[in-house]
Design a protein around this ligand. Structure first.
Ligand SMILES: [Zn+2]
Ligand SMILES: [Zn+2]
Length: 341
């Protein structure tokens, strides 16, 4: 249970049962997320409007109870679920912009022995997974779905040069998915450990930005390893800091596309050279969250092994290690832990 910044407690709570349209899932694996760390440190009014709240949103398990009217699932099914489902009836959903749905409510409670999945998510955003896919590899469905959304927005195509700024779990996912599209990926980060992981994930070049002071000098070091020094066809921001947002558009070739993915903190501003943006026709895109069409693709990538979720996992630990794992993430010891109740 999350009581507020810095206050997470392991508690016994009343078991819930599955109401109409709902399913109850026994959780076998739950993944920590950068968003969990952010929430633990400073709270997160969008995800946790009411406190105390259950915590964690990346999980996989098997169905142990089905509510009245549920026909898609049966007891024993191995499943994953997204943490939201668009309402389908607000203006954003009506014009096909489901990631901007005005009525998203976020499912929390992955760090637990059981969870009841609400009827709207059961109906449209819960998926069976095959025996061949371990629960531990399936748990990071939510971030993979958001990266699939970013890939859809990016327009990355065969032969492109893609710069991924940030080599944490999100950066690693972009590196792999951009390669599946036939792109050559350059990974930039300040940590030699993360850059080694990026190289193992298939980045053709890694750029260590440690010790470079200015944003433009960092971008110049990245552009220098693109073909003819021209810049990236597509550059991805996978950190969530305004200075990295700025570094990202500065990596582009003329006509290139910047995908701003990492969530900065409230009040963050970014500077863009309006003259360069005009004459060089930069395209700068914000990307947030996921929608069922992207989650479906993520489930397919995981189920077929095209994307191996285990490659993101720093270590598998017992559920009791949640706070210690968030502290380790905070200290740069690991980037994503799979917790098992
Ligand atoms: Zn997450
Ligand atoms: Zn909606």
């Amino acid at each position: 249970m999350f009581y507020g910044p810095g206050d997470l407690r392991l508690e016994d709570i009343e078991p819930q049962s599955a109401g109409p349209g709902e399913v109850r899932v026994e959780i076998h694996a739950a993944a920590t997320c950068g968003t969990d760390l952010k929430s633990y440190r400073r709270g997160h009014p969008t995800l946790f409007p009411v406190l105390p709240a259950r915590f964690g949103h990346e999980f996989a398990g098997n169905v142990i109870e089905i509510g009245e009217g549920v026909t898609k699932f049966a007891v024993g099914d191995r499943v994953v679920a997204a943490n939201t489902c668009p309402c389908g009836s607000c203006w954003a959903c009506t014009i096909g912009e489901e990631t901007l749905c005005e009525n998203l409510s976020y499912l929390n409670g992955g760090f637990a022995e059981e969870i009841v999945i609400p009827a709207n998510i059961v109906a449209r955003n819960t998926y069976k997974i095959p025996e061949s896919l371990p629960f531990e590899a399936a748990a990071p469905l939510e971030p993979l779905s958001t990266v699939v959304h970013g890939m859809a927005m990016s327009g990355i195509k065969l032969g492109d040069t893609v710069v991924v700024n940030g080599a944490g779990p999100i950066g690693q996912m972009y590196i792999r998915l951009a390669q599946l599209r036939g792109a050559s990926v350059i990974s930039a980060d300040m940590s030699p450990g993360r850059l080694a992981q990026a190289a193992a994930a298939g980045a053709v070049e890694t750029v260590d930005l440690a010790g470079i002071d200015s944003i433009e000098e960092k971008a110049a070091a990245i552009r220098a390893v693109t073909p003819y020094g021209r810049g990236a066809d597509v550059a991805i921001e996978a950190v969530g800091l305004p200075e990295v947002w700025e570094q990202t558009w500065r990596c582009l070739r003329p006509g290139g596309t910047a995908v701003m993915f990492g969530g900065p903190k409230a009040g963050s501003m970014m500077t863009v050279d309006a003259v360069a943006m005009h004459y060089k026709e930069y395209k700068i895109l914000g990307v947030y969250h996921h929608a069922p069409r992207y989650v479906q693709i993520a489930v397919h990538l995981l189920s077929t092994g095209k994307f191996d979720g285990m490659t993101l996992c720093s270590e598998v630990r017992p559920l009791e290690a949640l706070v210690a794992s968030l502290e380790d993430m905070s200290n740069g010891i690991g980037s994503k832990y799979i917790l098992k109740p």
